[in-house]
Design a protein around this ligand. Structure first.
Ligand code: NAD
Length: 352
């Protein structure tokens, strides 16, 4: 077999370890920063304050205004706040929404970022930025948005509620499952994808039983790093396209949408490339779509889109939007087959 590929890593420093978030100050100094603005959502504002306090003179304040979909007006407010405080870097403490805000600020101002992730979404290791303006969500790729330092500390994920751990973990698995058949995949992304899926498959059931199990939390975060990394390195296909459509046009929640769609999109593509999805069969023990569905069900994941505000009459339009522009996918896509896949996901049916 001959091999030909391009491998391109992102120039970020990844610091992994229990208690590693205690070193945020050291990494600020390493970056030459002295005046950090801590970012969080309103929900994690207290955690942001604790972190800022711990940084002492190295932090100038907290902006607890991060929100879903990275609205441009929030980014502009955060940039004005950073300028008023003369901040020279941001420390993003939280999930994809908070990381998104830091990346949107860096895109406009080049402000350095340290990210301390508390979910499994993976945005901290991708050059991708999604933003909304006037109700329209757009996505761009730029090396400018890649955070300089990412600090993974499983202790900060202990408080991630079980339901969110499940959906966020399945969101991460989706990145790796699609990476396995990406047309620009390479041996490194394949290794990372398989190891990432395996780590989450092993960790999530333990987290559901014992949310405080630090070893499982650590394994899940490790898997999330790998899955996020491949998301940033290779092209995503049908699964991410449909989830983007549902989130962007119908406002369905991010992680839940990924969790529900995963068995259906991967099951659909498995019919075309079973050999590329063999690792999924090996890890979950069955055909990719059905075994992912059974796994999601066993860990208490939501299974039906109809439980998230989507009405059956939205499905025609969703299928139309998701198939409007051509994109890379291992199995040809047509409106009818996507409509039927959406119908199964809407009703929570086990994929065929
Ligand atoms: P989120 O960041 O919106 O977090 C959801 C809620 O959970 C928030 O209120 C948050 O404060 C809270 N939370 C987070 N961690 C917690 C913890 N440990 N304990 C308690 N509460 C916690 O959710 P998400 O799924 O991480 O991110 C979703 C967003 O990220 C979407 O907008 C998505 O588009 C984006 N995203 C972007 C990329 C990318 O590469 N650009 C990748 C993945 C996700």
């Amino acid at each position: 077999m001959t091999m030909k590929f391009l491998y391109q890593g992102n120039a970020a420093r990844i610091v992994f370890g229990l208690g590693a978030s205690a070193d945020v100050g050291r990494w600020l100094v390493e970056l030459g920063c002295k005046r950090a603005l801590v970012l969080s959502t309103p929900h994690q504002a207290a955690d942001g304050e604790v972190l800022a306090k711990r940084l002492g003179g190295l932090a100038v304040g907290v902006f607890p205004g991060a929100t879903m979909h990275t609205p441009v007006e929030v980014t502009e407010r955060a940039i004005a706040h950073a300028a008023a405080l003369d901040a020279d870097c941001v420390v993003s403490l939280g999930g994809g929404s908070t990381t998104g805000l830091g990346k949107a600020m860096a895109y406009r101002t080049d402000i350095p970022q340290i990210v301390v992730p508390t979910t499994y979404a993976g945005s901290e290791v991708t050059p991708i930025l999604g933003q909304t303006e006037g109700g329209i969500k757009t996505t761009l790729r730029s090396p400018k948005v890649v955070p300089e330092v990412v600090i993974y500390d499983a202790a900060l994920t202990i408080g991630l509620p079980v339901a969110m751990s499940v959906t966020s973990g399945l969101n991460a698995i989706a990145h790796s499952a699609e990476a396995l058949y990406a047309s620009d995949r390479n041996p490194i992304t394949n290794m990372m994808a398989v190891d990432g899926i395996r780590a989450l498959k092993e960790a999530l059931p333990i987290i559901v039983d014992k949310p405080q199990d630090m070893e499982a939390r650590e394994k899940a975060l490790y898997g999330a790093w790998l899955c996020g990394t491949v998301l940033g390195q290779v092209a995503m296909s049908l699964h991410h396209k449909i989830c983007h459509t549902l989130g962007g046009s119908f406002d369905t929640p991010h992680a839940e949408t990924h969790a529900i769609m995963l068995p259906h999109t991967i099951g659909f593509n498995a019919a075309a490339v079973p050999e590329l999805l063999q690792p999924v069969s090996d890890i979950f023990g069955g055909t990719p779509g059905q075994s992912l569905y059974d796994f999601a069900k066993s860990i208490g994941s939501p299974l039906a889109l109809r439980d998230f505000g989507l009405s059956e009459s939205d499905l025609d339009r969703a299928a139309e939007i998701a198939t409007r522009n051509p994109y890379d996918n291992p199995r040809p896509i047509d409106r009818d087959s996507i409509r039927s896949l959406l119908q199964d996901a809407w009703g929570g049916r086990r994929p065929p």
